[in-house]
Design a protein around this ligand. Structure first.
Ligand code: ADP
Ligand code: MG
Length: 693
């Protein structure tokens, strides 16, 4: 396929790129000409804008011009070259810490110089340290250099802006010489410049460009790029979906022979929402095409039950099922639940724990390969391990937002055997607005569990400064005295299990000292699974009244007698995570409370975020607010679709485009499939392997 932005030309073909520079460019993810063209500046400098020296302000990035009226080499710990410029309105110093003889000789007294850089306040007046500079004849030539703003690119150590600019200029020249054909429908083009113009404008904008337009992403050149990138994303999802629909899967017809006894043994009946979603899954599974369905449902809405129903449909057909969770502790919880439900039905199941090693692990894998284990539960490590399945027909992924899109697709491909793809069910507690969901999950069918099981009482949340800790401890004491159980969640800034564990341990000791004879338990990610299991069991059995925990309890833990939760350093956690944590209480009929402790002072943003938690128990509302406050990337995790995945698109800012993007996407796929692939190839080259039919 002809690559429109030279994805096939390695960067080393450009002049000036030797092996050392090539290495550095690779570090920045720049391997081809296309990578360079799509490496966008994050800001611009206006070097043409010169200021009178008298008018400069400290902190400004600006050019000044003047005559060198004094030049000194100042001796000290480090030798410095200082030139004093005068433009008749004032004096400014140019200070060089590193200089060679060439620089020293060129900057002679009486020469005129234009210098660009950040204005600083020096001891002897304003100065620029290490300015970019050029000699000019005299005032008459004080024009702009080339009438362009100067782009500033993301870079890495040892690579200067000048080098990047030169390479990108070469890439642009190549592009201009080879004008690629237009691939967007012509009727759209009236509103947008072609790709060459768009890229040239972004890399080398004219000085008179409207900075407000650029800042808001409203410039036509940006619009073109945004449109392309969003369209490419939509196309890639659509192509993935089409690819998926061309694959084969085992049709699974629910016979009810396991489902009926399963439902009969439950102490409750399914909610209407659970029934509806189960029905949607049943409809998908009937066909010999892999299901790709996402189930959205707030914390506590009973997604696990839906997963169990789907698993039973596969097992009724004699097939294997894998259930994957993001953490070991959640995998373990699922294992315990499914064991309770499935063993009475004579279904063999096992937990593939990351801790299982050597022979024991091999024996387990062999049993999976021989088909002796029907229901396999574990973290995504299951797929990185070399487990071979006898007859895998369904993969269930819990808490999808922790997996990236590419990760999910690659997991799925590993489940393919004998040309048969497993069906896929993805469960997430992160609700996102419908229009966004249509883009982000465009390759998936979506089911929503929009109802909580009956008998839940809303959780009351308060936000309290850490300084009132003693009061809170007293409150914990009272709660325990009245027979209820408490979680105390301890978090750190560092993403370190070891430090988290240490902090939790200290806290547990401190609280035990205050609260005896109340029993304080401790659970964290560094404990052995058996140990964790035992602690959780003691908490369930009410032998432990207060459980100090790290965020490992975020998901999967289910103790209905727990009705108070304290979360420390709440301001440091994401709202969705707080909501997940808080969802551990409010599972019984007692009124539950959540105390969000924070370290004062709180920033404005932190204040409004915690207020959202106080005011709402609705995961959907919380996600919406979180998105407004922090942007979509933060909510879903940059891995999945954060800003890191998009170069120019801002999903919240650009969501009004989604309807149009969808129409154009269908049009291109129907009438110009080559163009569609070229677009994906440009913007999402990694996606290639998942869409190649
Ligand atoms: P989540 O959607 O957060 O994964 P879970 O599947 O963990 O929720 O379910 C939360 C709790 O609700 C569990 O204790 C589960 O047994 C219970 N539950 C699920 N479905 C129902 C139902 N239909 N009626 C009553 N309780 C239910
Ligand atoms: Mg769950």
């Amino acid at each position: 396929m002809n690559s429109r932005l030279f994805n096939h030309i390695p960067i080393k073909n450009l002049s000036g790129v030797g092996p050392a520079l090539e290495q550095k460019l690779h570090k920045l993810g720049l391997n081809t000409i296309q990578d360079l063209l799509l490496h966008f500046p994050f800001r611009y400098e206006n070097r043409a804008l010169t200021s009178k020296i008298a008018d400069v302000k400290v902190g400004q990035h600006i050019s000044i011009e003047g005559e060198i009226v004094q030049k000194q080499i100042i001796a000290g710990r480090r030798k410095m070259l200082v030139c004093t410029l005068s433009d008749g309105t004032g004096l400014a110093n140019l200070r060089f810490m590193y200089f060679n003889v060439g620089i020293q000789n060129s900057l002679r007294q009486g020469e005129w110089v234009r210098a660009y850089g950040e204005i600083k306040q020096g001891k002897r007046g304003v100065e620029i340290i290490h300015p970019q500079y050029q000699l000019i004849r005299h005032q008459a030539s004080l024009q702009t250099d080339d009438g362009q703003l100067t782009p500033v690119y993301p870079t890495t150590e040892g690579m200067t802006q000048t080098v990047l600019r030169k390479l990108i200029t070469q890439a642009l020249l190549l592009l201009k010489r080879n004008q690629p054909e237009e691939i967007l429908p012509t009727n759209l083009m009236q509103a947008m410049p072609d790709i060459v113009t768009a890229l040239s404008t972004i890399h080398q904008p004219p000085v008179d460009i409207d900075p407000a337009l650029i800042d808001s992403g409203e410039h036509p050149a940006q619009k073109r790029l945004i449109f392309e990138e969003l369209l490419a994303y939509q196309l890639s999802m659509q192509l993935t979906k089409n690819y998926n629909q061309d694959q084969q899967a085992y049709p699974l017809i629910a016979s009810q022979k396991l489902i009926s006894p399963f439902l009969a043994q439950l102490p409750f009946s399914l909610t209407d929402a659970q029934k509806r979603v189960t029905e949607e899954i049943e409809q998908d599974l009937k066909y010999p095409v892999p299901m790709m369905r996402l189930v959205q449902g707030d914390v506590g809405s009973g997604k696990t039950m839906v997963a169990a129903m789907a698993a039973l449909m596969a097992i009724e057909n004699g097939k294997q099922v894998v259930l994957m969770a993001p953490t070991e502790i959640l995998a373990e919880q699922h294992y315990l639940n499914f064991k309770k439900w499935f063993e009475p039905l004579n279904i063999t199941l096992d937990w593939v724990s990351g801790r299982l090693q050597g022979k024991a692990k091999q024996a387990q894998f062999d049993a999976i390969t021989r088909g002796e284990i029907t229901m396999i539960i574990g973290t995504h490590a299951i797929f990185y391990d070399k487990a071979q399945f006898a007859d895998l027909a369904l993969v269930i992924i819990d808490e999808q937002h922790r997996f990236g899109v590419n990760q999910r697709l690659s997991l799925w491909q590993k489940g393919v055997k004998n040309e048969r793809c497993p069906h896929q069910l993805i469960m997430t507690a992160t609700p996102i607005p419908r229009t966004l969901a249509m883009t982000i999950y465009a390759d998936l069918a979506i089911s929503i569990i929009d109802e909580l099981p009956p008998g839940r009482t809303p959780i009351t949340t308060v936000v309290i400064a850490n300084t009132r800790r003693l009061e809170i401890i007293e409150r914990v004491k009272q709660a325990c005295k009245h027979g209820s159980q408490v979680y105390w969640v301890c978090t750190l800034v560092e993403e370190s299990e070891t430090l988290d564990a240490q902090a939790a341990e200290n806290l547990a000791q401190e609280l035990q000292a205050y609260l005896a004879p109340i029993n304080v338990g401790l659970i964290h990610g560094r404990m052995k699974p058996a140990e964790k299991q035992q602690i959780m069991q003691s908490f369930k059995d009410n032998q432990i009244q207060l459980l100090v925990a790290t965020t490992v309890i975020e998901v999967g833990v289910d103790v209905s007698n727990a009705s108070l939760m304290i979360i420390e350093n709440a301001e440091r956690l994401g709202l969705s995570q707080l909501h997940q944590l808080r969802g551990r209480v409010g599972r019984g009929s007692a009124v539950s409370h959540c105390v969000l402790l924070y370290q004062a002072p709180l920033s404005k943003t932190a204040q409004s975020r915690l207020q959202v938690m106080r005011d709402s128990n609705d995961g959907f509302v919380i996600a919406q607010k979180d998105m407004e406050i922090r942007g979509i990337g933060e909510i879903l995790g940059t891995k999945q679709i954060g800003t890191a995945d998009f170069k120019v698109v801002d999903l919240v800012r650009d969501q009004h485009l989604i309807g149009q993007i969808q129409r154009v996407s269908h049009y291109l796929l129907d009438h110009h499939p080559q163009s569609a692939r070229q677009l994906v190839d440009c913007w999402l080259p990694d996606r290639e392997k998942y869409i190649n039919a």
